[in-house]
Design a protein around this ligand. Structure first.
Ligand code: AMP
Ligand code: MN
Ligand code: MN
Length: 313
């Protein structure tokens, strides 16, 4: 795919990513936004996302993100990044009505939902894909910083198996623009607020090992979230911590999103394909990291997931 070719004639260009945007979603959307702003100054450019977490305020122009979804006019080109169209939230209508729909993603569960699709499941992140698609002489420190944040978040700072030589080559080029990458990693990835640390502790304390210690599950209910004043963004990273327990092949973390409704996150050591399980329940993701929303009591949800995990193990 040739990025600039695809939107050559376009005057009105929109960009969006998935609901509850994570680092890769914010990084890839902002990276593409800053890049197009620079190379297509003539275009009427819009970016839509649910309000990103405060840690991402270090990205240039992040305040230009429209979280109100008030646009009426049709877009010539609309980009869906880091997701298929079903998780675009308020931007789904813009995507569906656009003259040309472009989908850029790295989720194995995404079959491509655009007129033009660039879906590469072997890529570490959508941010790495945006990097690939850019003309390198047009990159600058601010674009590089946004894309770098996306890559470190989806690779767990180059730790997960989705990290490839290409990922590291992209990262090497990106840090050459001179931003303080060490500080960026600390402030956007490792640093946690006191609230986040407390609720992480609570989730670890109340976790339950099962299937001979091969699985672990932890549930945070609405009441607990309210008690700590926690938002979904404050729960990022809990599932990875659970996966780090020695002997655990599959970790499940879930929090209550409504009456008999849970957002489920799963992480696998490699033996279990959690994308397959999440897809079965209407979600998706990657082989080792996936999610879905499920209905029922938390025991129903755990039982339903266990059946699938047990079969694979
Ligand atoms: P999470 O556990 O929510 O952090 O998600 C793990 C991975 O699965 C991320 O790459 C998500 O984008 C993806 N994912 C989570 N929920 C869904 C869903 N409902 N549909 C498709 N992909 C999902
Ligand atoms: Mn994402
Ligand atoms: Mn991603």
């Amino acid at each position: 795919m040739k990025l600039l070719e695809e939107c050559k004639q376009a005057k009105r260009i929109g960009i969006s990513g998935h609901i509850r945007p994570d680092g890769d979603c914010v990084g890839s959307c902002m990276g593409l936004y800053l890049y197009l702003k620079k190379v297509r100054p003539d275009a009427d450019l819009h970016i839509f996302l649910e309000k990103p977490a405060d840690i991402f305020s270090c990205i240039s122009s992040v305040e230009e993100i429209d979280s109100e979804y008030g646009e009426q006019e049709r877009f010539d080109v609309f980009f869906a990044l880091d997701t298929a169209s079903d998780r675009l939230g308020g931007a789904e209508a813009y995507f569906n009505s656009a003259v040309k729909k472009i989908n850029i993603d790295h989720h194995i569960s995404n079959k491509g939902c655009g007129d033009v699709n660039y879906v590469v499941p072997t890529a570490s992140s959508t941010s790495e894909l945006i990097y690939d698609l850019t003309e390198k002489e047009q990159l600058d420190e601010e674009i590089a910083k946004a894309l770098y944040i996306g890559i470190i978040h989806d690779t767990g700072v180059f730790q997960y198996s989705n990290t490839s030589p290409e990922t590291l080559r992209a990262a090497a080029k990106l840090i050459s623009y001179g931003f303080d990458f060490s500080r960026l990693i600390e402030e956007t990835f490792y640093e946690k607020t006191y609230l986040q640390t407390q609720i992480l502790g609570r989730a670890l304390l109340e976790s339950i090992l099962f299937m001979d210690g091969k699985c672990v599950v932890s549930v945070i209910d609405r009441k607990t979230m309210d008690f700590y004043g926690a938002s979904p963004q404050d729960l990022e990273g809990i599932v990875s911590q659970l996966r780090s327990i020695k002997g655990v092949e599959c970790a499940i973390f879930m929090y209550e999103t409504g009456v008999l409704e849970y957002k489920v996150s799963m992480r696998s050591g490699g033996l279990v394909n959690v994308s397959q399980i999440a897809s079965y329940f209407g979600g998706g993701g990657h082989v080792r990291a996936a999610g879905c929303t499920m209905n029922g009591t938390c025991h129903d949800v755990i039982n339903n997931l266990s059946l699938h995990i047990e079969k694979q193990l």
